[in-house]
Design a protein around this ligand. Sequence first.
Ligand code: ADP
Length: 421
Amino acid sequence: MFKKLHLKLTAYMGIILILFMFFVASGIYKFTKMVFEDGNKELMKTEAIRVYNYRNTVFPEFFINGTLFNRLRPNALLESKRLDACYIVYDGHLTKILADEGEIKIADDIKSLAVEALQEGRDSYKTLKIGRFNYRVYTKYFNDLTGESVVQVYQNTVNEEILWKFLRNVLFVIGITGTIILLALSYLLTGEALKPIKETWIRQKEFVADASHELRTPLTVIQTNLDAVLSDEDGTVEENAIWLDNAYSETRVMAKLIDQLLTLAKADNNEGKLTLTEFSFSEVVENVCHNMAVMARNKNLDFEMNIEEDIVIKADYDKMRRLVVILVDNAVKYTEKGKVTVSLFTDKNRKILTVEDTGIGINERDIKRIFDRFYRADKARHREGGTGLGLSIAKWIADMHRYSLTVESIVNEGSKFTLRM
Ligand code: ADP
């Protein structure tokens, strides 16, 4: 399922990348061409003006005895050339009065543009295919004291076309290579992004499987015990008290389990909002300890409390109380002899709660998973009353408050849970 999703996401990314690359590459190409064409147009226009001015100043027409003479000095014009282009100058009657056509003899092919310019009285800039080549032609219309005239500046674009083709190829290769590299990267990154989702999904699946399993166990116990009661048709309630007690205590386990499952389901849906109030945490810890001390005394355990007074916190009252209950309850539950010590104090501006016991301890392998849902260090030994959800709820409460909950433990010596606030 995740492999398919991974490939699908990469494919979507690929499509986006290809489209993006296509638009970027064609954008770069079109923009460069546009800037180039604009620049060229301006250059050709300037060249047309230069040729025209040259014709009017350096080549003045003059008449001697009614004959028109031109003082032709074409070299001067060629020397001051700033553009590798040819030109033709027509007067208002379309008579060619000046020209530098070089090798490119296309004057007749582009004369129609000059005619057009004269008729419409405006300039034009066009690229035409004549024979095998393309030519760029700027036709400039002049109308001043000397009368109407037209200057045509043109050039062969074959060299540029080679350059444009080269640019197209370069952009294509860069585009394809870039897309392949980015695609590979996106495959890796999508994989990374999917990892937590995959983990959550697997955890959720495990959670559902574990929850069903955990609910089935007390149900089976209840059924077995009630079967025993039912099979004893003449037995009194007292005679069957042991089976009924067993069934009853399992219903308590189930109730606790369902309550914890609900809490965690809410936590998963981010529904577990905090209702923050300021309250004396010292009082909460003290109150929980008083209740738990009874349980400890029943097990012949010492119960020590070192609770600094008036430690106030701003937190969710119910959740924090629940956290304390889980820690102290576990300490009493997993300690057979010795004592349980609960301390609350302030250290370097941090409020610290420690719950210490001299119980069975937790080995190194288990300690890493102790906050995982349904994790019980020794399932067989601690089946009674335990659900394996208490510490995961405690950790979730601590995390919600941005407090840190840690544990240190030595097998058969005891454990110490520390909550730093
Ligand atoms: P449970 O309902 O089983 O107590 P928890 O989530 O509270 O579930 O605890 C998970 C497991 O961590 C327990 O089953 C037990 O093995 C271990 N554990 C928790 N607290 C202690 C402790 N104070 N001493 C030793 N082991 C503990």
